[in-house]
Design a protein around this ligand. Structure first.
Ligand code: NDP
Ligand code: 8X3
Length: 254
């Protein structure tokens, strides 16, 4: 059955790939992000390729009033959301706790934790009133483990991990499923954002190994969303074959 899927952070990476995957299966999409041009290009592309109905909404998930205005004021034909993919997020910087940039910390906590909460606070009641829905939280392997220099990003993703568990309890009686997705290394714009545009540092993250592609994660989300209603995958850690955990990778040397 055709579903309405809301994906935050669909202008690149995992969110964009998830949008393509759900479009391919004829679902309807609400896609969000801050980069308006990219959002509109993606919407046109999905409609031209798969005939998908798409509603692009440009806003910053950190802006609570804007989240409430945009998602609280959805047109009636778009307000029944079956699947929410809380994907918008980022890492900024990589530094020891005594040297970190507090503006970077604010960006990560405000986006990864507070932004996810603002979106969920608007959408969850709509699911509760219908007694159905499926929420995906894109956490991270950094929400399962911590690594040197990653303290605040790891803390923000541990918060997402905790929220997934807590949401599953609170929403249980309303028939809403919550799936926590915890990817390892996925080659997207993630490292470029983390290193503030430094392409060499970003490329080095994935050198000598085959990282996950956004499509790999999108495929897993789509699979979980397509399972029978009585089945809920609660939590998945997904890494490339060359990654054992947050810190151990197998790289080919030249
Ligand atoms: P990308 O940088 O490619 O995509 C991030 C998306 O989030 C973009 O669409 C961006 O849109 C959106 N976004 C970021 N900040 C905001 C904001 N303030 N308001 C609205 N949208 C925002 O990275 P990924 O696809 O890799 O990241 C997606 C999620 O996956 C993140 O939560 C990330 O933490 C998580 N993750 C990524 C891993 C990886 O290795 N790549 C591993 C584990 C988890 P725009 O800039 O247009 O606003
Ligand atoms: C992104 C993966 O290992 O850089 O969440 O934290 S990692």
């Amino acid at each position: 059955m055709r579903k309405t899927v809301l994906i935050t952070g669909a202008t690149s990476g995992i969110g964009e790939a998830a949008a393509a995957k759900f479009a391919e299966s004829s679902d309807r999409l609400i896609i969000t992000g801050r980069r308006k041009e990219r959002l509109e290009e993606l919407a046109s592309h999905l409609t031209a390729t798969w005939g998908t109905e798409v509603l692009p909404l440009c806003f910053d998930v950190r802006d609570r009033q804007e989240v409430e205005k945009q998602l609280g004021g959805l047109p009636p034909e778009w307000s029944q959301i079956d699947i929410l993919i809380n994907n918008a997020g980022l890492a900024v910087g990589l530094s020891h706790i005594d040297e970190g940039d507090t503006d970077d910390w604010d960006r990560m906590i405000d986006t990864n934790v507070k932004g996810l909460l603002y979106v969920t606070r608007v959408i969850a009641p709509k699911m509760v009133s219908r007694g159905s829905g499926h929420i995906f939280n894109i956490a991270s392997i950094a929400g399962k483990e911590v690594y040197e220099n990653g303290s605040v990003y790891c803390a923000s993703k541990h918060a997402v991990d905790a929220l997934s568990k807590a949401m599953r309890i609170d929403l249980l009686k309303h028939g809403i499923k919550v799936t926590n997705i915890a990817p390892g290394m996925v080659e997207t714009e993630f490292s470029l954002v983390r290193f503030k545009g430094d392409e060499d540092r970003a490329a080095a993250v994935y050198s000598g190994l085959e990282p996950l592609r956004s499509e790999d994660i999108a495929g897993v989300i789509h699979y979980c969303a397509g399972l029978p209603d009585h089945v809920c995958i609660n939590d998945l850690v997904i890494t490339p074959k060359a990654q054992a955990n947050a810190t151990n990778t197998l790289r080919k040397t030249k």
